[in-house]
Every structure is written in structure tokens, then in C-alpha cells.
Design a binder for this molecule. Structure first.
Ligand code: OGA
Ligand code: MN
Length: 292
């Protein structure tokens, strides 16, 4: 395997990869090296790419099955589409109080994608199409680093814990109305073990999210305090990487070992990122977080 040209993204996690055109990546060309860096460092930034939805989809497919929430919800085949993360609607921006906007605002809570789905995500691959003049950063924090640095009193109640996840729990923190929408309540509560060991490196990471609402066997309030303290510890300022988007950037992170959030921007300005998540599989260690 030839080495990629990488530099540090954050001193404690992630790599910037230069000298690769993502359109050239194939299963047997560059992808094995990319996947290795992904498993070892949890986040990858490919600056100044130029990928279409098709390129994006082809790249994502090398990581695993494309996450298709519509198909999962309806239990039947639904054509896959790349998901826009965008405030653009009909040539303008969505109203600041519209439910669509509030849903984007829920992305500003520290979270992991898809912990509320029957099959959680392995990875999110995001690329920027339209960026605001200011703000709108995407921030990352490693829960592998967070777990390794965590004091024992916080670690102890988490190390063998099972954490329950629910989409409406994160949505209702932004708006009661958003949290009550049927599409936010369509997934049954989902339990996962709190620690997701990476099967390649053997390193543990805390598997937690804004969707986490309870710790098995603990009172609701006590569980929520523990969840909040653990997220706050993992996202201490010195452990956060804040990405200032340039059009074309591709940012990829390991959902098994990363928390992320969006930052606010001048809302009248359009911001459009395109996102694809891939589902985790057995070879990504999925069985180690499953309860049954
Ligand atoms: C996402 C997400 C944050 C952002 O795409 O899953 O949380 O900065 N995005 O838009
Ligand atoms: Mn997200």
C-alpha cells in the first residue's frame, strides 16, 4: 500500500489528505489506504475536491451500504438520493421558524448520526456546495480521545452501560413541536452499548449522541446527567476541530468514534452541504454494540 500525503487535522485526531482526487478512488486503488486512515484517525478532510452526486455516491459505497432512511422506514426499496443539508428552498432560504429550519438547528447539538436507526451509521461523507460568508462551521470531537482521557469516576458508570437513543429526544430540545412530529417518532427507541471498540485498531470509543435519553438501569434524570457530563467532557474546547468550509471540501468522519455539530451562520445566507451516511456492518464491529 502506498502512503497517502497526510497532515494533522487536530493534534489528537483526524488527518488532512492532499494529493488525491476523490474521483480517482477505486476499491483497489487508494481506497484501502483511505479506509486505513479512517480506522486509525477517525476523521479525514480532503480539501478542494470537485465531486458530483454520482462521484459522492460511488465513493460512499466503498465504505458500506448506503443509508436510505426512506427505505428503512417503509420497509421496501426506495431510490437512493444524496441528502442535502441546506437552508435553501425555492431560490431563497427557509423561514427561520419553519420546522425544516428547526431541524437544521438540531444539528447544532453535539451528536452522532443515525444512533436511533435500526442499523446505525459507520460514516458520514459531507461535501460543501454553497457556504456562507461567516460561521456555519462543522465541528468534530473524538470520543475515542474523550474516552481515553476521561476520569475514572465518569468512566466507571459508562464502561458496561447500555444507552437508549430516540430521535425525538434531540428534536424536542430545539422545539416541542418538532419533537412531536410523526417523522421524528417513527423509530422505536434503540439501545446500544456505550463503548464501540474499533475492530481494526482495538481502541474503544464512547458511542453517544444528542439522541441519547437514558442509561439502562439508571433513573432518567441521573442517566441524562451522566450523558450530558460525558458529552461535555468529550467536547471540551481544546479537543474540538472546527471546520471552516470552502466549496468543494469533503469531510468524512467515523460515526463510531466522533461527535459532531454545526455552528450557526448568518441565516439569510444560503448554506448547502451534501451528505451520505453508510450503515455499519459486522466487519465494522456492529455486533459489539448490539444488545441481542
Ligand atoms: C450532518 C450534520 C452539521 C452541519 O450532516 O449530519 O450534522 O454542519 N451536519 O451542517
Ligand atoms: Mn449530523
Amino acid at each position: 500500500m502506498s502512503a497517502l500525503n497526510t497532515s494533522l487535522l487536530h493534534p489528537k485526531f483526524g488527518k488532512i489528505v492532499e494529493g488525491v482526487d476523490l474521483r480517482d478512488v477505486r476499491e483497489d486503488h487508494l481506497f484501502p489506504e483511505i479506509r486505513q486512515v479512517f480506522d486509525e484517525h477517525s476523521a479525514l478532510l480532503f480539501p478542494a475536491q470537485s465531486i458530483t452526486d454520482d462521484d459522492h455516491t460511488r465513493l460512499a459505497q466503498m465504505f458500506g451500504p448506503l443509508e436510505n432512511r426512506e427505505a428503512m422506514a417503509q420497509g421496501r426499496a426506495v431510490e437512493f438520493k444524496v441528502s442535502p443539508v441546506s437552508n435553501e428552498v425555492d431560490g431563497g432560504v427557509s423561514d427561520a421558524e419553519a420546522l425544516h429550519t428547526l431541524n437544521l438547528r438540531a444539528n447544532m447539538l453535539w451528536h452522532t448520526d443515525s444512533t436511533f436507526l435500526p442499523i446505525p451509521a459507520l460514516v458520514n461523507l459531507l461535501t460543501a456546495k454553497v457556504v456562507p460568508e461567516q460561521g456555519g462551521q462543522t465541528e468534530l470531537a473524538s470520543t475515542r480521545v474523550g474516552w481515553a482521557e476521561m476520569p475514572d469516576n465518569l468512566k466507571e458508570p459508562l464502561k458496561d452501560a447500555v444507552i437508549w437513543h430516540r430521535l425525538s429526544h434531540s428534536r424536542q430540545q430545539v422545539s416541542a413541536e418538532l419533537g412531536a412530529m410523526p417523522e421524528m417518532r417513527q423509530w422505536p427507541d434503540r439501545p446500544w452499548r456505550a463503548i464501540w471498540p474499533n475492530p481494526v485498531t482495538g481502541e474503544d470509543a464512547l458511542y453517544i449522541a444528542s439522541h441519547a435519553f437514558a442509561v439502562e438501569g439508571m433513573g432518567l434524570a441521573q442517566g441524562q446527567t451522566l450523558i450530558s457530563e460525558a458529552i461535555a467532557f468529550c467536547t471540551r474546547e481544546e479537543n474540538v476541530y472546527s471546520h471552516e468550509w470552502q466549496v468543494g471540501d469533503v469531510l468524512i468522519w467515523d460515526e463510531r468514534a466522533m461527535l459532531h455539530r454545526g455552528q450557526p451562520w448568518l441565516y439569510e445566507q444560503p448554506r448547502t452541504l451534501m451528505s451520505i451516511c453508510c450503515s455499519a456492518t459486522k466487519s465494522d464491529g456492529l455486533n459489539s454494540v448490539r444488545i441481542v
